[in-house]
Design a protein around this ligand. Structure first.
Ligand SMILES: [Zn+2]
Length: 270
């Protein structure tokens, strides 16, 4: 039976979407494989992306002490430049509503009822963020490929009431630990295939930056990989490091299949 190499989107659905269809779908997908492998790179992306966006909503509730004003803040996020933060923030509010047993009422912004709702949602999000983070390594059969340059610190709420999720990246005082493997001469053809799998015409900044980092590794492998570049590699890390006897399990099938196929691997969706 195939093994699943669990990508960030599936980890996110299984941890941060209580009671949703996405959660059920991700859980049943994980149960189909004999072994499910979670690379620490997924944990790193999970914390810097979705978990950070959930913490953003929590912190807005702390700052505004109003559910109405928090909703307004999320609604006013730019749908293009902040698309991901916006959609994940809406999912965070849906998760808080799901965990909060009382039915939302029509409430006047700034009223005591509004502040009470903000308190309840803030509490729901704080427990979700802290408890689900603690379960991150329990959702799969194994956690693999530790990142020596990345510390999995527990999310904490500071004295100001805001979440502290640092560090969200690899350490800055040394090259990223993935560099050692990526720079090897024998891997040059794999990196080239991955770069060619990203359309040159792609306008997305993620694709552009990913191509740039791959080019750096292909042409100047002796120049260290820094933490920014490690982050930009993103999807390419999954294709490159997915074990040969595993498939990449992801909801973002389009981007991952393209990269995986280029180097004889496969991606599947839940
Ligand atoms: Zn790194």
């Amino acid at each position: 039976m195939m093994k699943a190499y669990v990508e960030t989107t599936v980890l996110t659905n299984v941890l941060l979407k209580p009671g949703s269809e996405k959660e059920a779908e991700a859980k049943s997908a994980l149960s189909r494989y004999e072994e499910t492998l979670l690379p620490v790179y997924s944990i790193k992306e999970f914390k810097a992306g979705p978990l950070d966006h959930y913490a953003y909503v929590h912190d807005k509730l702390v700052q505004t002490r109003s559910l109405a004003h928090t909703l307004a803040a999320v609604n006013s996020l730019n749908p293009i430049t902040e698309a991901r933060r916006k959609s994940t923030s809406l999912e965070a509010l849906a998760a808080a509503a799901q965990l909060d047993s009382t039915k939302p009422r029509t409430i006047r912004p700034g009223s005591p009822a509004d502040e009470e709702m903000a308190d309840r949602y803030r509490y729901a999000l704080a427990s979700l963020i802290i408890l689900r983070w603690q379960r991150r390594r329990k959702m799969t059969t194994k956690t693999i490929q530790d990142l020596e340059c990345y510390t999995e610190a527990q999310p904490e709420i500071g004295k100001d009431g805001f979440f502290d999720l640092t560090p969200k990246e690899c350490a800055h005082d040394r090259p990223c630990c993935l560099w050692g493997e990526l720079k090897l001469d024998e891997n040059k053809s794999i990196l080239t295939a991955l770069r060619n799998a990203i359309p040159e015409t792609s306008q997305g900044y993620e694709d552009k930056n990913r191509r740039k980092v791959l080019k750096h590794l292909i042409n100047t492998p002796k120049l260290p990989l820094d933490r920014e570049q490690c982050r930009w590699l993103g999807d390419a890390v999954f294709a490159f490091f997915c074990p040969k006897d595993a498939v990449i399990l992801t909801t973002n099938i389009r981007d991952h299949q393209r990269l995986a196929k280029a180097i004889g691997k496969r991606a599947q969706q839940p």
